[in-house]
Design a protein around this ligand. Structure first.
Ligand SMILES: Nc1ncnc2c1ncn2[C@@H]1O[C@H](COP(=O)(O)OP(=O)(O)OP(=O)(O)O)[C@@H](O)[C@H]1O
Length: 639
């Protein structure tokens, strides 16, 4: 195990956003509000980790408290008894509905029943402001200013491949967006577009299929939602049909114009949330369908009208197969596949086919397909071409599958039997902060939760696919509000989840090849250090992880991280990081060579354009370079 001192300088660098104001988080904020975590503080932390006298549980409780962790909260199993959440009168959640200012407030038990804007104005108009709803949608819990280190996303070379010019935008105001969208972007506190947004927003207006790849936490969701929703807002009066007003009782068939599919229920809820904000005051009505939650409520929402549908594939197909009178994809204009490389896995193929190219899905040329992810290996790229038109545009920010430098990555060698001890060390090493501990099995998630909660009195909760959906949503809620700031999770949390102020990721188990390998590693560590904030990723490396060693070293080198002694033998002698493996066929970033040189002690090395680029028809340009003629020449190439 690495001695504590090794990390002190890295920890000093990590800034703390410290913007939470929930009472439960006070102790976290206090302990973590100091951006100058020093060696001395780390020593104090270690001292605090030494068990106190007394019975084991008591001393554990004292130690956790002294260190600053909040009290652990017992899980409220009673609340999740099915009887409690079944609608009493058979009409989903009607009892909990309350009509205020034209907004339906509903039971908070299911996340998808949260408030959304119900347009009651004249067709084509911009809806009235609703202060109560505005506050609910855009508050300090739901929107946050970007961190101080957004430049980490801006150092990458951007590569566009496709048949058309894209002229990137510098700011949202110049993007020709609908005024309502511009207002909502302001309310969301997005000061300016990130590189993936700067290119995708104008790219969508070209009407081609798009594949977008950019680092975790770089704003890919808004990159596709902003231009799509903005275009739909402009056409809303033509496209949106009559809707039942609140109180009216007729049902309509949902024929969404936009469909977004993603691999996890929690991610679907998160995208739905962002969609609710960006649709505020417009006629567009977003809905969500996902497994594990009652169909009744989702059906009722669809039958009130649906323009944007976010969903997981299983529930979407369930509606398509069994309730074609409720949902049809015959009018879809945009289908977005988020975390696309994961969705293109054989396990999803049948369902994805049904949604994207099924018999009843709009098969006209006006149906645009888009795929986004931070990783996109060769196999996924081949599979994607099955759905994309030949003239698709591919937008890549940096090397596909790369990670940014705001994440401090620390890989520690441990023996399997030392893992628990190492975990405790890490949880008492730095400061109490929102931490996700990733494991490779549901059983391990349960075991660790029990171990940390019962033996060490730590405020943990856990999430995995065997939990009921209400349990999953509650675990996430208590993690978000800070009552359980340590979340033990399987891969269900690895992709896409954007939770504020997660400062530490611990890979208790590194993802082996059958758990997604290096791509999964990239997504897991990407749950911290999002949108300009810093974060720490600790990984426990055992001899079982040898298969991951080489790709891991490449990632560490590329993102300018320290290479642990036990992996030094894998650092290439010539300093060139060769990513010509399954992870990418992309060209190395100019910075890559510099990173490798830095690791081998040559601080003077100068990055330069790679000469390993063998695709003559690729055209590169730098995000900061002015593009002559207002765009970049793009040639299509085969993936
Ligand atoms: N232009 C912007 N300025 C500031 N914040 C933004 C901007 N665009 C998006 N965000 C915020 O940045 C965070 C990360 O965005 P998002 O979840 O879309 O990242 P992502 O690239 O999809 O990450 P991942 O690959 O992990 O799914 C979100 O909280 C989002 O609201």
């Amino acid at each position: 195990m690495a001695p504590l001192g090794d990390l002190s300088s890295a920890l000093e660098k990590l800034s703390v956003s410290g913007i939470d104001n929930k009472p439960k988080l006070e102790s976290i904020a206090e302990a973590g509000d100091d951006s100058e975590t020093t060696q001395a503080q780390a020593e104090t932390a270690k001292e605090a980790a030494t068990p106190a006298q007394g019975t084991e549980k008591e001393s554990a409780e004292v130690r956790a408290k002294n260190f600053g962790w909040v009290d652990p909260e017992p899980f409220k199993y009673d609340l999740f008894n099915e009887v409690n959440v079944k609608p009493k009168d058979g009409r989903d959640f009607k009892d909990d509905d309350e009509l205020k200012d034209g907004v339906i407030f509903r039971s908070q038990a299911w996340t998808d029943t949260t408030t959304k804007y119900e347009f009651t104005g004249e067709i084509g108009e911009v809806g009235e402001r609703i202060p109560t709803l505005e506050k609910a949608l855009f508050n300090e819990e739901t929107v946050a200013k970007p961190g101080e280190h957004v430049e980490a996303y801006e150092v990458y070379k951007i590569v566009i491949e496709g048949p058309k010019f894209i002229s990137p935008i510098d700011n949202f105001e110049d993007a020709g967006l609908h005024p309502v969208m511009l207002e909502n972007i302001k309310l969301s506190q997005y000061p300016r577009p990130t590189p993936i947004q700067a290119h995708t927003i104008p790219g969508v207006l070209l009407g081609n299929d798009i594949v977008g790849c950019a680092q975790t936490g770089s704003g890919k969701t808004a990159a596709y939602l902003i231009p799509i929703l903005s275009r739909m807002m402009g056409k809303a009066s033509k496209l949106c049909g009559r809707r039942p007003m609140p109180g009216e009782d007729f049902k309509i068939k949902a024929e969404p114009l936009v469909v977004v599919v993603c691999p996890s229920r929690e991610l679907a809820l998160q995208i739905f949330d962002e969609c609710r904000r960006l649709c505020y005051r417009s006629m567009l009505r977003p809905c969500i369908v996902y497994g594990g939650a009652p169909k009744m409520g989702q059906r009722a929402e669809l039958q009130r009208g649906c323009d944007i549908l976010i969903g997981t594939t299983g529930r979407l197909c369930d509606f398509l197969d069994n309730e074609p009178h409720v949902l049809s994809l015959g009018r879809v204009k945009y289908t977005v596949v988020d975390e696309a490389d994961e969705m293109l896995n054989a396990a999803w193929e049948e369902e994805l086919d049904k949604i994207l190219v099924g018999a009843t899905t709009n098969a006209d040329d006006d149906h645009i397909f888009m795929m986004f992810s931070a990783t996109f290996n060769k196999q996924a790229r081949l599979l994607a071409s099955k759905y994309m038109a030949a003239d698709y545009i591919r937008i890549r920010v940096g090397r596909t599958g790369s990670t940014h430098t705001n994440i401090t990555q620390d890989v520690i060698r441990v023996e399997p039997h030392q893992k628990r001890e190492a975990l405790i060390d890490r949880l008492f090493m730095w400061k109490p902060c929102r931490t996700i501990v990733f494991v490779n099995s549901k059983h391990m998630a349960d075991l660790l939760d029990d171990f940390l909660y019962n033996d060490h009195r730590l405020p943990t909760t856990s999430i995995h696919s065997d939990r009921t959906q209400l349990e999953r949503e509650d675990a996430l809620r208590s993690f978000k509000v800070g009552s359980s700031p340590i979340l033990i999770a399987t891969g269900v949390m690895a992709r896409g989840m954007d939770i504020r102020n997660v400062q530490h990721i611990i890979n208790y188990d590194l993802p082996s090849a059958d758990h997604g390998g290096i791509d999964e590693y990239i997504h897991r560590i990407g749950r911290t250090a999002r949108m300009g904030y810093n974060g720490l990723a600790t990984s426990f490396y055992t001899e079982k992880d040898e298969g991951l060693a080489l790709p891991l070293v490449k990632i560490l080198l590329e993102s300018k991280q320290k290479i642990p002694d036990f992996l030094q033998h894998l650092v290439p002698e010539d300093g060139i990081i060769d990513f010509d493996d399954d992870t990418s066929d992309d060209e190395p970033d100019p910075d890559t060579t510099a990173a490798a040189d830095q690791a081998s002690g040559d601080q003077e090395s100068v990055g330069g354009q790679s000469n390993r680029m063998d695709k003559a028809d690729d055209v590169f340009y730098d995000a900061n370079t002015e593009v002559e003629g207002g765009g970049v020449a793009i040639n299509n190439s085969v993936w």
